[in-house]
Design a protein around this ligand. Structure first.
Ligand SMILES: [Zn+2]
Length: 416
């Protein structure tokens, strides 16, 4: 096995500093929100092809919308010219393969007028997507550039993917999985702040509806207010949150379950008129949960909590469904060779390899739960910067992550 001298790798990466910042700035300039991913995918296709990889833009079939795992969003946009990118460095044979995954879609600019006008200030690149997740595409690109620079051919295939619609719930990665793309391991590049995450929590959005019996304000005592009933429902949901946290204690990858387990009511709508007792109240919110529960279990428990604790009216006039985001929690055992090998690469790069669950969810759960592949999440950048109006990432951190990823690829895939 040919090995790479670490100093040569560090020198190479250091020399890429300006180029990495420039490439990231170019990526940020594509306003690749949902529906607007065509141009960035085309651009990435060219860049990865220029590295000598076998590249393919894989179209997404409209039939994906019939998939039970599909995530609907408020925008219903067709998939014409919004493909996933798959760029493969073919292995020479006899080694383990790996899929690298990052997403090229971003959340909207929000209240940030300059979101798509990147700025390079000191070590940082600012702009929408700098941290989530375009900086990680640069990490992937640098690692593959390094292998090319040093003439290293892996034994196992390295399959780099840049997917769309991660922010919507993972439809790009879902399409790759349904299309049959597989590898011996998956590394999802997201901003874990250099934590090796072999697990992430799950997140389920809910829409709960309570019916009342409307009448005139003057007859309030003979009516049933949907808002009053919803107030009781909120208490039941808050109790459920407390129980969920209590049941989540003791998970080795989530030493502080309160960080990852919570129930939030994000929206309430009710009522038609100030002097009318309201006939309907709708609550929308989300629940975070650990891999000790499945998505289906959380759905069932929410319904059961109302049946157990609700008054008679509420039990019979309550409905809950889950039409939007539904990300399962997942876990790859911490002693899996993927986790151990990645940890060794981190250690070699001087980072703490202690595995810890990530407190948000991403596409990793799809590869783990649907494709059954050992999967980890790793990457530079802070969660607090993601989706913010001053989203940024440090270029030295991108270079550090590229160093870890290169060392991992050599260990995992082997070289000739
Ligand atoms: Zn992301």
């Amino acid at each position: 096995m040919k090995n790479l001298d670490r100093n040569s790798l560090l020198n190479f990466l250091d020399a890429q500093k300006d180029e990495a910042a420039r490439l990231l700035a170019q990526l940020i300039r594509f306003p690749s929100t949902q529906g607007q991913e065509a141009e960035i995918q085309e651009f990435l296709h060219e860049r990865f092809r220029a590295l000598g990889l076998e590249t393919e833009l894989l179209p997404i079939s409209p039939s994906l919308k019939a998939d039970p795992e599909y995530s609907f969003s408020d925008l219903d946009i067709d998939y014409d010219e919004r493909p996933n990118l798959v760029a493969t460095l073919q292995g020479t044979g006899g080694g383990r393969s790996v899929m690298l995954n990052a997403h090229s879609d971003v959340v909207p600019a929000g209240q940030w007028p300059g979101a798509f006008e990147p700025e390079i200030k000191g070590d940082y690149v600012y702009g929408r997507g700098a941290c989530d997740d375009k900086g990680k595409i640069v990490v992937m690109y640098l690692a593959l550039s390094g292998l090319k620079e040093f003439g290293l051919r892996p034994r196992g295939d390295i399959i780099a993917t840049a997917v769309i619609e991660e922010e919507v719930g993972g439809n790009g990665s879902l399409a790759l999985i349904r299309g049959g793309l597989r590898a011996d391991a998956v590394v999802v590049l997201e901003c874990t702040e250099f934590t090796l995450a072999p697990a992430h929590r799950g997140c389920l959005w809910f829409r709960a509806q309570v019916e009342g019996r409307a009448t005139h304000l003057g007859k309030t005592r003979e009516a049933i207010s949907a808002i009053d009933e919803a107030t009781e429902l909120i208490q039941i949901l808050k109790n459920y949150e407390k129980n969920l946290i209590a049941q989540s204690k003791g998970h080795p990858l989530f030493p502080e379950p309160e960080e990852a387990v919570q129930l939030n009511i994000g929206m309430i709508s009710a009522g038609e008129w100030p002097s009318t007792v309201p006939s309907r109240c709708v609550l929308e919110g989300g629940v975070g949960f650990l891999p000790n529960k499945t998505l289906e279990q959380v759905k069932r428990e929410l319904k059961e909590a109302v049946q157990k604790e609700g008054n008679e009216w509420l039990r019979e006039h309550f409905q809950i469904d889950f039409p939007k985001l539904h990300n399962d929690a997942y876990e790859t055992p911490a002693d899996h060779p993927l986790v151990e090998t990645f940890g060794e690469a981190m250690q070699e790069a001087g980072l703490d390899p202690t595995p810890k669950g990530w407190i948000v969810s991403c596409d990793a759960r799809l590869f783990s739960k649907l494709a059954g592949l050992p999967t980890i999440v790793f990457g530079p950048g802070r969660l607090i910067d993601c989706h913010s109006n001053e989203e940024k990432i440090s270029i030295p951190d991108i270079l550090k992550a590229a160093e870890v990823l290169t060392l991992f690829l050599l260990r995992w895939c082997g070289t000739e």
